[in-house]
Design a binder for this molecule. Structure first.
Ligand code: SF4
Length: 382
């Protein structure tokens, strides 16, 4: 709450552009004024891949799974500024405004805002709902889609999550992907996994499924995603041809180079990395698991980490007692997430406080209902 010592929030400037000419110090102080005035009614969520100055102002920091749980459990807050990407803000809107929460709040919605609407996810954009529906129709000509369970990575649009909910499937995260596949095989014989082929392949491969049983569905191919009927019939997992442009950049030669130059180094990667890198790694895990592995390692440990650059740099700063390298000679950062800067955050918060909210993400009722079915399964499956 505002105190005599806190300055009052300022009136919003006209559009985001004038905020760009303010210094970081001024932006931080204006943002802080809104935080002080709104207290626990405002929650700023910051993804680990965000730039440092944004993450420093976040009330809570996490990966997409942790942040979706935080949004699901928010009690007091009335507004969330989601410093992440579009699909994450959609997920927060669905979970924070699920029916029982709305009843508790007498129908009042939590407003979820994405400070820059252009902050998308290139992986999520590789699977559009009309492409998924078209693939499903084609598959139904060849196999029994009653026994085909759709699994979507949380990095996907709400429309895909709703499709999955309606078709008896589940949303997964990089931490529970194996458990989600096991859940799916308890209910069907085959899985369709989208949008990240690498997470699907790496996870299924860890369960003993060989690549010949994992055809890749190319949504731009003329028929059956570029596969034969036999490929589809014998498939255990049909992988969507999508990938993360950041994690796709890590290569086997980077692993070899680090092993040669730094004997004893451990290679630690995110499962969105391609299989030929994933299989060379010593350890793998979700963003949360990567942080935990470093945090729990003894001083003097040596790591080459294959995930987003901002996170790796932050780990370096927070753990000077360890030797931490970024597993690539080229810069791999999430360019879309990087769009959320202090100027956009300040513009969003001052407009919220002034009663002229901008960039609200509100998923329609039908899509929310079915997405929630698939998301609740995700939250139950560890
Ligand atoms: S790092 Fe990759 S998967 Fe994550 S938000 Fe960015 S583009 Fe999407």
């Amino acid at each position: 709450m505002s105190t005599d010592l806190s300055p009052a929030p300022q009136a919003p400037l006209e559009g985001v552009k004038p905020y760009k000419s303010l210094s970081n110090e001024e932006l931080q102080s204006r943002i802080q004024a809104v935080r002080d005035a709104m207290g626990s009614q405002l929650l700023i969520l910051g993804h680990h891949y965000q730039q440092d100055e944004v993450v420093e102002l976040a009330d809570l920091r996490g990966d997409s799974y942790q942040l979706s749980q935080l949004a699901a459990n928010s009690e007091d807050c009335r507004a969330i500024a989601f410093c992440g990407v579009h699909f994450m803000a959609e997920t927060a809107d669905i979970l924070a405004n699920r029916p029982e929460k709305l009843t508790e709040r007498n129908g009042k919605r939590v407003r979820v805002m994405l400070p820059d609407m252009a902050a998308g996810c290139s992986m999520a954009d590789m699977a559009a709902i009309d492409q998924i529906e078209d693939a499903w129709d084609q598959l139904s000509e060849v196999i029994d889609t009653e026994r085909l369970i759709p699994v979507t990575y949380i990095n996907s649009a709400a429309s895909l999550k709703a499709f999955v909910g309606q078709h008896g499937g589940i949303v997964c995260t990089s931490s529970n992907a194996k458990a989600a596949l096991e859940w799916a095989y308890e209910r069907g014989d085959q899985v369709m996994f989208f949008p990240d082929q690498h997470l699907g392949r790496n996870t299924a491969s860890g369960m003993g499924i060989t690549n010949d049983l994992m055809p890749v569905w190319n949504p731009h191919a003329d028929e059956l995603g570029g596969n034969t009927e036999q490929d589809i019939k014998q498939a255990k997992v049909i992988l969507w041809q999508g990938h993360c442009s950041v994690h796709q950049m890590f290569k086997p030669e980077h692993v070899a180079m680090f092993r040669e130059k730094h004997p004893g180094i451990k290679i630690l990667v995110h499962p969105e990395c391609p299989q030929n890198v994933f299989e060379l790694a010593d350890e793998f895990g979700s963003t949360g698991a990567i942080i935990k592995a470093v945090r729990n390692a003894p001083a003097g440990s040596k790591w080459a980490i294959g995930t987003e650059l901002h996170l790796v740099n932050r780990l370096k700063q927070e753990h000077p007692e360890q030797e931490i390298h970024f597993l690539s000679p080229v810069v791999c950062m999430c360019a879309t997430m990087y769009r959320i800067d202090l100027a956009h955050l300040c513009w969003t918060l001052e407009n919220l406080y002034a009663g002229t909210p901008v960039n609200t993400i509100e998923v329609d009722e039908e899509t929310s209902k079915w997405s929630l079915v698939a998301l609740e399964r995700m939250l139950e499956v560890k």
